[in-house]
Ligand binder design. Structure first.
Ligand SMILES: Cc1cc2nc3c(=O)[nH]c(=O)nc-3n(C[C@H](O)[C@H](O)[C@H](O)COP(=O)(O)OP(=O)(O)OC[C@H]3O[C@@H](n4cnc5c(N)ncnc54)[C@H](O)[C@@H]3O)c2cc1C
Length: 386
């Protein structure tokens, strides 16, 4: 057994720590206050290779392992949790495109994601279908007059879309056939068209990234925008979610870990009743417990990613990572905030913002219940699925 990163991974981690501390961290709170997506952020992340981590070199990417994508999310999550969304989104989306698109489509689509010029989003959730995504209703209606090879027009609404106000292109799941998962196809859709309108959410956290509802009112798509085969979109897109759940876990744990480090330092520095508060076990024990849980959850995340890299089944570990890490991180950051006392209750402190930001990923990409369904089904057997 071997714990730890190899030499290349470790030097990338250190390089990222420097980049994130110098370039990302100073904007974490000001971007939240501005509550708009800063376009330069995508270009800065791209210049570090962070938007092309899972894209093959021939398409301008880094061709990095899943473990390295997780490591990047963890490091960025420490400095600017919201910038981590760019890693989560681009890793998930480029993985879907790499696995399902034709060589011609990859050539047309992937370099823009790697260079940060194309900000992508993924559109699955609808007002009536979140967890129950297989029954989504947004319709792709055949329009054979659109091009020689025919096409479709998209009609319906997607909601709760990360980066929905800023994104240039989207993976959109739409119904092209019968009810259920097998009637769903995936398209790569240009969002800069008069047939798409957007409305922003006013969110608790993730404000520098934003979520939006997207209304598709006859947006045209052709065969060359179809990702994979017609009717196979749901399955091919959902397969990508497995490993991205572990990446999400690490982004959350990065924010939790840095909060713990700050709280331990505060426990050394802050005095009450004539001694450092770290001497009181009421202060040190919760921090010790959470440091232990964070380490455990981190191992589960990296195990999922390592298994993905070795073509091993990793759905259960990814589900464990997704249900545990965001929830744990929320609890850890809350505890750290309490350790600081009144000072951290001010918006001057990053802790309150981290708490607001991390809660979003308890829901985004699937709730804890969905992950537990996956874990339980696997441990009990399919016969016990509800
Ligand atoms: C920060 C954030 C970012 C997001 N980004 C995106 C994005 O980029 N693209 C996108 O398509 N969507 C995105 N989403 C939407 C997200 O995927 C959905 O919110 C999620 O799948 C849950 O759907 P829902 O909110 O409609 O809840 P519902 O499905 O209505 O569920 C409500 C509650 O019931 C529980 N529940 C539902 N079914 C079951 C069941 N069978 N067993 C037990 N419990 C159940 C759920 O766990 C939840 O607690 C994002 C959400 C957030 C908060």
């Amino acid at each position: 057994m071997h714990f730890g990163f190899d030499e290349d991974e470790e030097s990338f981690r250190l390089e990222l720590r420097r980049f994130a501390t110098k370039t990302l961290a100073p904007h974490y709170q000001s971007d939240d206050k501005a509550a708009t997506f800063r376009r330069e952020l995508a270009l800065e992340m791209a210049a570090m290779g962070l938007t092309g981590l899972r894209i093959p070199e021939e398409y301008g990417g880094q061709q990095a392992s899943a473990v390295v994508a997780g490591l990047a999310a963890e490091e960025v999550g420490r400095a600017d949790f919201n910038a981590g969304y760019l890693i989560i989104n681009t890793a998930l989306i480029s993985d879907i495109l790499v696995r399902n698109a034709t060589a011609e489509q990859k050539q047309a689509w992937l370099p823009g994601i790697a260079s940060g010029e194309t900000v992508p989003c993924i559109c699955i959730t609808e007002p009536g279908h979140g967890t129950d995504a297989a029954n989504l209703e947004l319709k792709a209606v055949r329009d054979d007059g659109l091009t020689d090879e025919g096409g479709w027009r998209l009609h319906g609404e997607k909601t709760s879309i990360t980066l929905g106000m800023a994104a240039d292109r989207a993976v959109v799941l739409a119904r092209t056939g019968a009810p259920g998962a097998r009637g769903v196809s995936a398209f790569w859709v240009d969002l800069h068209t008069e047939h798409v309108s957007r409305a922003a959410f006013d969110d608790l956290g993730g404000r520098a990234i934003g979520r939006a509802s997207l209304h598709f009112d006859g947006a045209p798509v052709t065969r060359s925008d179809l990702i994979g085969a017609e009717g196979e979109g749901f399955v091919s897109v959902m397969q990508g979610f497995d490993y991205s759940r572990a990446i999400i876990g690490l982004a959350c744990l990065g924010a939790a870990q840095v909060s713990l480090e700050e709280a331990f330092q505060w426990a050394r520095d802050r005095e009450a009743f004539g001694q450092p508060i770290g001497k009181f076990q009421g202060v040190s024990f919760p921090l010790a417990e959470y440091a232990t849980y964070v380490r455990g959850a981190r191992h589960v995340c990296y195990e999922a990613l390592w298994k993905k890299d070795h073509d091993l089944e990793h759905g259960v570990e990814a589900a464990m990572a997704k249900f545990w890490a965001p929830k744990l991180s929320t609890e850890v950051i809350h505890q750290c905030l309490l350790t600081f006392g009144h000072l951290a209750y001010s918006t001057e402190s990053a802790l309150g913002q981290r708490l607001r930001d991390v809660i979003g990923l308890e829901i985004g990409d699937g709730t804890a219940q969905v992950s537990k369904l996956v874990i339980a089904r696997n441990l009990l057997g399919r016969a016990y699925a509800p």
